[in-house]
Write a protein that binds this ligand. Structure first.
Ligand SMILES: [Zn+2]
Length: 393
């Protein structure tokens, strides 16, 4: 092999190595973590044992993803290190280097509170690194001429990176078993308990999901506060609402609560009016109901009925509706409110664009929902879907 060829091969692998490292750091350390999970496990094999319990108890995916995800993620590390640095071509050296690198990541995860720092991660990562090195050894023996090895490995590394990047996007909020309590707390959930890898949350009152598919629980307890203009809201959201309105006014925007708590009768009246409106427009009864239900919540499925949502409008004197909506869409999250039915999420929420409807979810959830441009359904589905699946499993 000529020198230039050798150089170009080296450059290809150096580039792959750099890209891989950036990706790895991005998803382990520099990721956007709003949950701020900070937990430590220094007992070797404690977490791995729990993962295997998950696999045995029927929650295979969780266990397998966590065990093999940790190994696979570091496979390219061992593999590429061997390619780039000839001096490192020894199992023991790769083992030490991977372990050290993994420890550094775990330490940063602890400092930045962006994951659980776990000795078991280091064990699995180091195993992955060594296995990556063995793949390198096998490849360099099996594949000749060398250029085949380059094609094959470039392909392999790229697909691995895509694989673990998408895996990460899909599952980064999965809690490790030893970390459930902290995780549940960081989501403002109450952690109820775990049994054989199954666990459950009780969602905080302000994260309750009310929509077409999730009706208000029959035993829901209301505690309302009446506003000056006669509207009522859940007393627990009142201070935040007040604070938000004060902030708006100090920015020269003057909102009012056009609609807060509604009884199921009020909600039914609104629905009836809307249906009548569509019928008057010439729609059939059936069509009118379908259309009305797309913009008015069916009684029992409106957040207004538990008082944690408000329709906000302008006072009509000092501000216009647009000014108020604009201000709210950029500032409400600071006070724990989200724009509940954004234009780009109508398929998920099942409700049309409502720039006036604001829902209290707490500052943490609201900030995350705002930052990630997601809706409440998306926010809750991530971990909670997993939790409910597990309870069934
Ligand atoms: Zn509303």
């Amino acid at each position: 092999m000529t020198k230039t060829k050798h150089d170009s091969v080296h450059i290809v692998f150096l580039t792959l190595f750099a890209a891989y490292l950036i990706l790895l750091l991005k998803i382990t350390v520099f990721r956007k973590m709003t949950h701020g999970v900070q937990s430590v496990n220094l007992i070797p094999f404690a977490t791995i044992t729990e993962y295997f319990q998950f696999i045995i108890s029927g929650n295979r995916i969780i266990g397998i993803i966590n065990v093999f995800g940790n190994i696979l993620a570091f496979l390219p590390f061992g593999y590429l290190t061997a390619f780039v640095f000839p001096k490192m071509r020894k199992s023991s050296r790769i083992l030490v280097l991977t372990a050290v690198f993994s420890i550094v990541i775990e330490v940063f995860q602890f400092i930045l509170a962006c994951g659980s720092s776990d000795i078991d991660d280091v064990i699995l990562n180091a195993l992955g690194g060594v296995m990556g090195y063995w793949v390198y050894v096998a490849m360099s023996k099996l594949l000749r001429p060398k250029k085949y090895a380059i094609y094959v490995s470039a392909l392999m590394i790229i697909s691995l990176c895509i694989g673990f990047y998408s895996f990460n996007n899909y599952s980064y909020s999965l809690p490790s078993p030893g970390n459930l309590h902290a995780f549940a707390e960081s989501h403002n959930d109450t952690y109820i308990g775990a049994n054989n890898g199954a666990y459950a949350y009780e969602t905080a009152w302000f994260l309750i999901l009310i929509n077409k598919w999730n009706t208000i629980p029959e035993d829901y307890k209301l505690g309302l506060t009446e506003l000056k203009n006669g509207q009522s809201v859940d007393m627990r959201i009142y201070p935040a609402l007040q604070e938000m309105f004060d902030a708006a006014r100090s920015d020269g925007v003057y909102p009012i609560v056009a609609s807060g708590y509604r009884t199921s009768e009020t909600q039914q009246n609104i629905m009836d009016e809307k249906i009548a409106e569509y019928i008057a427009e010439g729609y059939s009864d059936k069509e009118a109901i379908v259309r009305a239900e797309a913009c008015v919540a069916i009684p029992g499925t409106s957040e207004h009925q538990i008082g944690i949502s408000v329709d906000i409008n302008a006072d009509g004197v000092n501000s216009t509706g647009e000014e108020v909506y604009e201000w709210l869409s950029h500032n409400s999250y600071k006070f724990g409110f989200i724009r509940r039915y954004p234009e780009n999420k109508t398929k998920i929420t099942g409700v049309i664009n409502e720039p006036w409807h604001y829902r209290y979810v707490g500052v943490d959830a609201a900030s995350e929902i705002y930052d990630r441009d997601i809706c409440l359904e998306e926010y809750l589905d991530e971990p909670l879907q997993v939790a409910s699946n597990r309870m069934l499993g």
